[in-house]
Write a protein that binds this ligand. Sequence first.
Ligand code: URA
Length: 438
Amino acid sequence: MTQPTPAIEAFDAVDLIHAKRDSGELSTEEINWLVDAYTRGYVGDEQMAAMTMAIFLNGMGRREIKDLTMAMIASGERMSFGALGKPTSDKHSTGGVGDKITLPLAPLVAVFGVAVPQLSGRGLGHTGGTLDKLESIPGWRAEISNEEMFAQLGDVGAVICAAGSGLAPADKKLYALRDITGTVEAIPLIASSIMSKKIAEGTGALVLDVKFGSGAFLKDIERSRELARTMVELGTDAGVATSALLTNMNVPLGRAIGNANEVRESVEVLAGGGPADVVELTIALAREMLALAGQPDADVEAALADGRAMDTWRAMISAQGGDPDGALPVARETHTVLADRDGVLVEQQALPFGIGAWRLGAGRARKQDPVQHAAGIDLHAKPGDTVRAGEPLFTLSADEPARFERALAALEGAWRIGSADEPVLDGGPLIADRITSA
Ligand code: URA
């Protein structure tokens, strides 16, 4: 039997790898071919791994990053909310410790008639996933169809759900490869990965919360600024009104790190209370999302204070099968760490607290692992607070007490009580900068 003649490919992967290895520029046609050929399996993982390392080392120009983003969008479906009859605005955070802002933010923005289509993910590593947090709520379903999503955006105005596998499948494959080849932290690859999914999702406006500091994905503020600028340019070029806030992730956000406890804290914010930093960031991001959607004067504080955001939250949770009044899980075991002296809490480092919560079971080490919804850390003091010897500093919660030892090991040296005249090492203001298109 004669073998079918293989299709003639437009380029040779090795030529493209050579070009990028030697700091050359890839053409639009070459990038389109590369992404398509990788998605269909013609270009192998080993070749793409070499290419991502070459990109990591030598970078990409603005046109190349845009082409890469558009090619990844073209690898899958593109959603559209044009028929909804209302503007849409979304937020993406690069992830941080205690970052539960999406939970109060989505219903808050929806109060003003701006629909929020939040396609979220599950967590891997020390930063938690929004879906993991919401799955603490009895009955709540992350998996909904596009039709259900559309209907909920019309009725309730906000949806937080799992992204279907149809959006940017090339990114899914590439991200998994980057994860195991040490090439995650390349700005062209991060920017195209995030923006391909957000542009394919079809939102009209997008606000990026780009974190910097010890608990962030990129530690250095200048690298975070470059990532923010790159993503704002990509969104703007694709017709999505995009801006970014650069926010400080040297200290955990709020007082809860975990899943169920982060839902609890989000509900406090929706009830008009909650920690000052969580409220500040929720309000700043809501203003930004609403301004991009044509409502620069929306009174977001009033919608938190008078219960409208809470009403939308309850409707949003119920629409996905959740019981907004259902009891959240509580851990079987707790361990509280007390202050060993009088003074001021001058240090509380985000990364070790994130790792500690993860080791308690709040996060997963492998994609297939379940999370323990009640596991996590509750902070009783924040940097700058005066504490007295014997007072609780933070409480660890876990279902298995054997987890405390490793979590406490992660937290060694992560906090410090100093004297009142020492500077507080919190890395400066929560919101360091705002990046808009030129
Ligand atoms: N999140 C993404 O979706 N992609 C990246 O590359 C990094 C973070």
